[in-house]
Write a protein that binds this ligand. Structure first.
Ligand code: ADP
Ligand code: MG
Length: 229
């Protein structure tokens, strides 16, 4: 099954900025796709479309066999998990335990709490259960936000620059967590390391169009000195 089908998708912001222009691609189940490109190339816009927070201004986008439309956007939003680049906007509850538990859909209150603790263990934040998500270091905050996104048990995981502002140990933490996650992933990145560690496929955006869609080895060879750091 293809979990994503994009057919000639464009997105123009209300002020007229063309962020994506006629992009087409499909993603089979369980693939891990890196989206790379210079600043302003359309990576975040693509992830916002895939999380049904924006609708294409033209073209067709089908996510989990559901055509993205205003009628279907609520269903798609529930089914995908999105980690924003600025995770501080992602937290809703005043402490980590409740924030993660809020995203868990099944079970009694006590079961949700136990599952939330398990997830916070997975991201090595179990000693911060009652801390404010906003009073954490950037690496801890990213790991906590990841626990909240995983708590939804999404069918597709979308990550906008998951390693941005992280030092090497924190970046390794996030990569290790993502390596163990068993779900299709699409992530925007500038990191050659993240591409090498996580991706099966690389899509390159340039000025809102796809200019490369191929394997990791070819992408690293071609873009290591220009796009990736
Ligand atoms: N809210 C917005 N309103 C108008 N233009 C925007 C908005 N957000 C992004 N853009 C523009 O859309 C283009 C693609 O941006 P974006 O998807 O954020 O790129 P990337 O994530 O690759 O840096 C850029 O030209 C950017 O300036
Ligand atoms: Mg971006």
């Amino acid at each position: 099954m293809d979990i994503i089908k994009a057919n000639n998708v464009s997105y123009h912001y209300p002020d007229g900025t063309v962020a994506l222009q006629n992009i087409s691609f499909t993603v089979p189940d369980n693939q891990r796709v890196a989206i790379i490109g210079h600043n302003g190339s359309g990576k975040s816009t693509l992830l916002l479309l895939l999380s049904a927070l924006l609708l294409p201004t033209s073209g067709y986008l089908t996510i989990l066999e559901t055509p993205l439309s205003s009628k279907n956007k609520a269903f798609i939003r529930k089914s995908v998990g999105m980690l924003f680049s600025q995770v501080e906007y992602q937290f809703i509850m005043p402490d980590l335990l409740n924030d993660v538990a809020l995203s868990i859909r099944q079970g009694s209150k006590e079961e949700k709490k136990q599952q939330a603790i398990e997830l916070l263990k997975k991201v090595r934040m179990e000693d911060r259960l009652y801390h404010s998500p906003l009073a954490l270091s950037s690496g801890q905050m990213k790991r906590a936000a990841l626990a909240s996104v995983l708590a939804k048990n999404p069918k597709i995981l979308l990550l906008d620059e998951p390693l941005a502002n992280l030092d090497k140990p924190s970046a390794d933490d996030v990569i290790n967590i993502l390596s163990t996650v068993n779900m299709p992933i699409m992530f925007a990145t500038h990191s050659a390391y993240a591409v090498a560690q996580l991706a099966d496929r690389v899509i390159v955006l340039e000025k809102g169009g796809i200019v490369f869609d191929n394997g990791v080895t070819a992408a690293l060879k071609k873009y290591s000195k220009s796009i990736l750091i």
